[in-house]
Design a protein around this ligand. Structure first.
Ligand code: SAH
Length: 251
């Protein structure tokens, strides 16, 4: 029997929209999303796109009117509900532009629920372009089919973040000076991974972190990784051992 082609095909353009979606809703897109769908992809009335809104899941929509600057769409049907995201936060010290964008992109793809930039003693970047990071996060979520965006916090001092650390959230502290092998330590349950800047942590910071009841110092192997590599490696280890990578793929 010939296979019935799947509809909608997974190759449809997929966009995040900053408004709640619902069955039969008409919506107008302008700005960058309209430019992308209308001028770059040259979509026409009748063409389909997938939309998600970070609160109701993913929807199929049809283009009703296509201009170069403005598109009118109508929601056809819901494709998926809002996904449950594994309860993992990434605490990371801001590093230079291209590399921090990469961390945000990869953490989003890998399934992190919350991104928390933390300013440590040896952090050399003190101003973060939140809009640029948000745009990278959205682009990664569109591409990897997330229906829920990670939360993106404003940068805060490490001390402030640690001060009221909740006892029930394990803080896996990636310590280049040594700790338990992470793959053998990662457990299910609310978790956060803390990655330092290129210059590493000071001894004082190391002591403060280790004094937290929920902290667990972990090692990512015998080599010193760059901060961006360490972030991606640590998230991957946690996702495989305690996150949702061991579940069967959605049908
Ligand atoms: N300049 C420091 C290295 C910092 S690497 C030094 O030479 O010692 C940046 C961050 O990545 C570290 O703070 C740590 O959080 C993480 N990291 C890198 N390699 C690691 C490893 N092998 N185990 C655990 N964490 C590591």
């Amino acid at each position: 029997m010939p296979a019935t082609p799947a509809w909608p095909p997974s190759s449809l353009p997929r966009l995040y929209v900053d408004q709640p979606l619902a069955q039969d809703l008409a919506l107008t897109l302008d700005g960058a999303p309209a430019n992308y769908l209308g001028a770059v992809l040259r979509l026409q009335p009748g063409d389909a796109v997938k939309l998600f809104d970070n609160c109701t899941g993913e929807w199929l929509a049809a283009i009703e009117e296509a201009g170069r600057k403005r598109l009118l769409l109508r929601i056809t049907r819901q494709l998926r509900g809002l996904e449950p995201v594994p309860d993992l936060w990434l605490l990371f010290a801001p590093i230079k532009k291209g590399r921090i964008d990469w961390i945000v992109e990869k953490a989003t793809e890998l399934g992190v629920a919350r991104l928390v930039p933390v300013i440590t003693r040896r952090t050399i970047v003190d101003r973060l372009n939140q809009d640029r990071l948000f745009a990278h996060m959205v682009e990664a979520a569109e591409q990897c089919e997330r229906t829920a965006l990670p939360l993106l916090d404003d940068a805060r001092k490490l001390d402030a973040v640690l001060k009221d650390w909740p006892d029930d959230r394990t803080l896996y502290f990636a310590d280049e000076m040594g700790g338990e092998p992470f793959a053998a330590t990662a457990r299910p349950g609310p978790a956060a991974i803390l990655i330092g800047p290129e210059g590493g942590f000071t001894d004082e910071e190391r002591e403060t972190i280790r004094a937290i009841a929920a902290a667990s110092a972990v090692s990512l192997g015998p080599r010193i990784l760059r901060a961006d590599t360490a972030a991606v490696a640590a998230i991957s280890i946690w996702m495989g051992a305690a996150g949702d990578w061991s579940m069967s793929p959605r049908s």
